[in-house]
Design a protein around this ligand. Structure first.
Ligand code: ATP
Ligand code: MG
Length: 361
């Protein structure tokens, strides 16, 4: 075979629980595409054995020089992080959030889509209307890590903890512009901004003000500002009214889990942690966590991870290949090859095989 015209260097971080199971599936799909590209492109994988097992062996979630090594890659494929033996905030901050923050992956993009053959808790007609992208501010907000515990002199039972949220004008503006640019690429040109500015009067009010200012630069895009509690209801009751939803770190985290549940399962939802300036590699991962309750059984739904791989293809400049993966996912769910979370009986390997077999169609 001839040498591929372009080789993409991809870092794989399977990490914990079902992470390795679903990431293997994404790799199988990507490698099948490369094999079928007639030498147009190839993936050069390097796997990093980081996560909670690594923590138990070394006291660290990732190697000390890990970030420097990751910097050299075109993209990062991530599985899932977290295991009951390590406190969640330690594993999350020690690996996933560390990468997101160090590589300034400030836009977390989480599409929610109807898939044929998947039962949604919504009425069928409403489920068919599911086609949104949640854009999550991924660098500051409620997850900025600001605060502290053990304030002195409170006495037993009197401990106080403070958890602050950080909102910068620049941070708000860039993620909102990203959302507006994304809305311009979609058939429904609309951006819904989510806050809780009636109760949180500093950061969320700044967010609202910046949103109004940015919106003025996009007169061709419809806008609305909705409180997060009302937006939760709207997700369920009026899903057809949404296209791009932009929200702070915490609010978008919660809303995107709700969105993926409405689409049928947390196991279906893909996501991209993007550094839109491309100064650092971006990271692609399913929305779900490490699912310790089903890990190691071969039951995990790989579609969230495979959908994330499709988002990576788009990011690498291979949109036709991304569309092939999207079509394969829809073909496989339509054919009823479904994992247990979707009410089926197929295992991860069977779904993966079906996806690879459907890539041609
Ligand atoms: P995190 O804190 O990392 O977001 P979590 O505690 O919210 O994790 P998950 O690990 O995402 O939880 O799992 C939530 C539920 O969804 C579990 O019952 C799990 O089995 C199920 N689940 C998650 N991912 C998948 C998947 N890929 N396939 C099938 N079921 C899944
Ligand atoms: Mg979760």
């Amino acid at each position: 075979p001839v040498a591929p015209t372009h080789t993409y260097r991809i870092a794989a971080i399977p990490a914990d629980g079902v992470g390795p199971e679903v990431l293997a599936s994404a790799r199988a799909v990507l490698d099948a595409l490369a094999a079928d590209s007639h030498g147009a492109f190839a993936f050069d994988w390097e796997e990093f054995p980081w996560g909670c097992g690594h923590f138990e062996r070394t006291g660290r979630m990732m190697d000390e020089d890990g970030l420097e090594r990751l910097r050299e890659f075109d993209a990062i494929c991530f599985g899932a992080v977290g295991w009951p033996t390590v406190p969640d905030h330690v594993s999350l901050w020690g690996l996933r959030l560390r990468i997101c923050q160090s590589f300034d992956q400030w836009a977390n993009v989480r599409p929610v889509r109807f898939l044929p053959g998947v039962r949604s808790p919504l009425r069928a007609a409403d489920a068919h209307a599911l086609d949104w992208v949640v854009v999550r501010e991924n660098s500051e907000g409620e997850y900025a890590g600001l605060g502290g515990r053990n304030f002195a002199g409170r006495g037993p039972g009197g401990e106080v903890a403070v958890q602050s949220a950080l909102f910068t004008e620049r941070g708000c503006e860039r993620v909102m512009r990203f959302a507006f640019e994304l809305a311009r690429t979609r058939s429904r040109r609309k951006v819904s901004s989510v806050t809780k500015s009636n109760a949180q009067q500093y950061g969320m009010v700044l967010w609202d003000e910046v949103f109004a200012r940015v919106a003025a630069d996009y007169p061709d895009v419809e806008t609305e500002s909705v409180l997060v509690d009302a937006m939760s209801a709207k997700f369920v009751l009026r899903p057809w009214e949404l296209s791009v939803v932009v929200a702070s770190n915490l609010n978008a985290d919660i809303l995107s889990d709700l969105g993926s549940a409405l689409a049928g399962s947390l196991g279906l939802a893909p996501s991209a942690n993007l550094n839109p300036e491309r100064r650092f590699p971006s990271m692609f991962e399913p929305v779900h966590g490490s699912a310790p309750d089903i890990a190691g059984r071969g039951w995990a739904n790989p579609i969230g991870a495979v959908g994330s791989a499709a988002m990576m293809l788009e990011h690498l400049g291979l949109p036709a290949e991304a569309a092939r993966v999207e079509r394969a996912i829809a073909a496989v769910t339509a054919a009823g090859v479904l994992t247990r979370d979707l009410g089926g009986t197929a295992g991860t390997a069977e779904v993966t095989r079906a996806l690879v077999d459907s890539l041609g169609g």
